[in-house]
Write a protein that binds this ligand. Structure first.
Ligand code: ZN
Ligand code: MN
Length: 472
């Protein structure tokens, strides 16, 4: 039955901004402090307290808007959203309703090229955090007034996979560009899902809003569960009601919270204590030039220019540390594929035990030495491990520890001859000459031992065959 319905999804994403101070006062914006230590009369909404806009917020929010290809409005303003709840001491939230900072953005999903339109991004303040313990509720005002942006997308998603792809790109981009730490588990990035189902060709269904998902996995499960719940209602001849629901991790269900408010329930009105935000051309181009090449853009370029797979490019761009290592490495050795392989197979493994402080230039030299056959990959792994705790010249280190491969053919030939002359080899040699080629491996082993294992076995093999042929 499910496949006869189409699912329509839009997102409202709240992202806490990385600023040193809160949006409208000088309290620190810091997660994890002792509850109710970072608050002041402005945070608490005491009578007579007047908010003052923190200019840091303007730059960070504008950067977010540019990353999501929005138009940045040269004039935007604050409004009061009125509602009564213990997490909101003023009785209203300062937000942007009539004139948001950013409008008309989009992001094209790399996997399909499908465009997700972004209706608007507005600035607002976070509310206090409510902590439920048994039948008691505690309020932590540290979060009151923390600057947020709310990204509102068009209902352009069709399934959970698209939603998670979009959210991962936003998350990685914002972390990389220092907009937010985007920790879903800690709530610094929160996605509310608006979802409805309908049969293609028929009118749109009634949508619900689902909140309270603390991971991409929970978002995926909530979307699937809510889709199935709505289809089951319609199939049973019932109706979907417009309401707000919350994801319950324990029961893996979406649970009714409240009937959905309409915008006019909030009686939005202009915030009289704050002046509008004005954005000029100079400011805009300054912010624009501060935006680095984003992780997902790099990932696509690695595929195009270096022939890396989607999987490889995805891992290399998963953190600033790996991006810096990879970019620094290939800038030094121009070996994009081999350097990628070394990071994926060896560096990641060592990162389980060590901090990533690897000097890209030393690492690049190491990859080159292995690629040029100057050291074995075993020696390379040993050197890599040492590089994780101390930086040094890789070539000097290889020389000092007699790790350089023997590439001189005459040196290899004399070792091969010496091996064939060994007492213990005489039977194997005559067996080989008599047609039993199985003894070749034994002879190779003796030659490799004389070379200390530091020669390319295929070169040693060729020389050995040639030497044995002269005895026939
Ligand atoms: Zn404050
Ligand atoms: Mn909001």
């Amino acid at each position: 039955m499910g496949n006869t319905y189409e699912t329509i999804i839009g997102l409202e994403i709240h992202v806490e901004l990385l600023t040193s101070h809160k949006a409208f006062c000088s309290c620190p914006n810091r997660f994890g402090d002792i509850p109710n230590t970072n608050k002041c009369p402005i945070c608490e909404g005491l009578p007579g307290a007047i908010p003052v806009f923190n200019d840091e917020v303007k730059g960070v929010a504008t950067k977010a808007g540019l990353i999501l290809n929005c138009e940045i409005n040269d004039f935007s303003a604050f409004d009061r959203k009125n509602y009564f709840y213990p997490d909101l001491p003023k009785g209203f939230q300062i937000t942007q309703f009539h004139k948001p900072l950013c409008t008309n953005g989009y992001l094209d999903l790399p996997s399909s090229g499908r465009r997700i339109n972004i209706t608007e991004i507005h600035i607002e303040e976070d509310a206090a955090k409510l902590i439920h313990e048994g039948d008691k509720v505690f309020v932590d005002y540290n979060r009151c007034g923390v600057p947020l942006i709310e990204i509102v997308t068009a209902p352009d998603f069709r399934d959970a996979t698209e939603v998670v792809e979009f959210l991962s790109i936003v998350q990685r981009s914002f972390v990389y560009a220092n907009i937010s730490d985007c920790k879903i588990e800690q709530g610094s990035m929160r996605a509310d899902v608006n979802l409805s189902v309908h049969r293609p060709g028929e009118a749109m269904g009634t949508r619900t809003e689902t909140k309270n998902m603390a991971s991409f996995k929970a978002i995926t499960k909530a979307i699937e569960t809510e889709t199935n719940r709505q289809i089951a209602l319609l199939e049973a001849g019932k109706v979907v009601t417009q309401e707000t629901r919350r994801w319950d991790e324990n029961s893996s269900q979406t649970i009714f919270m409240r009937i959905k408010e309409d915008a006019n329930d909030y009686k939005y009105h202009v915030e009289p204590d704050l002046s509008p935000i004005v954005i000029g051309e100079d400011f805009l181009s300054e912010v624009r030039s501060s935006i680095p090449e984003l992780p997902y853009e790099r990932a696509m370029r690695y595929g195009r220019e270096y022939g890396l797979t989607e999987y490889e490019a995805d891992i290399l761009t998963s953190s600033a540390g790996l991006i810096n290592l990879y970019e620094g490495t290939i800038a030094a050795n121009n070996l994009p594929k081999a350097s990628c392989n070394w990071i994926l197979t060896h560096v990641l493994k060592l990162m389980n035990d060590y901090e990533l402080t690897l000097n890209p230039v030393s690492f690049a030299a190491l990859v080159s030495l292995v690629e040029e056959g100057k050291i074995s990959s075993n020696a390379g792994r040993e050197i890599l491990k040492a590089l994780f705790t101390e930086d040094f010249d890789v070539y000097d280190y290889a020389v000092a520890n007699s790790m350089l491969m023997i590439t001189d053919e005459e040196q290899i030939r004399s070792a091969v001859r010496a091996a064939l002359e060994l007492e213990e080899c005489s039977k194997a040699v005559s067996d080989y000459l008599g047609g039993n080629e199985k003894t070749f491996g034994f002879l190779m082993g003796r030659a490799m031992r004389l070379l200390g294992g530091k020669a390319d076995p295929s070169i040693v093999g060729n020389i050995m065959r040639a030497e044995l042929d002269t005895k026939k």
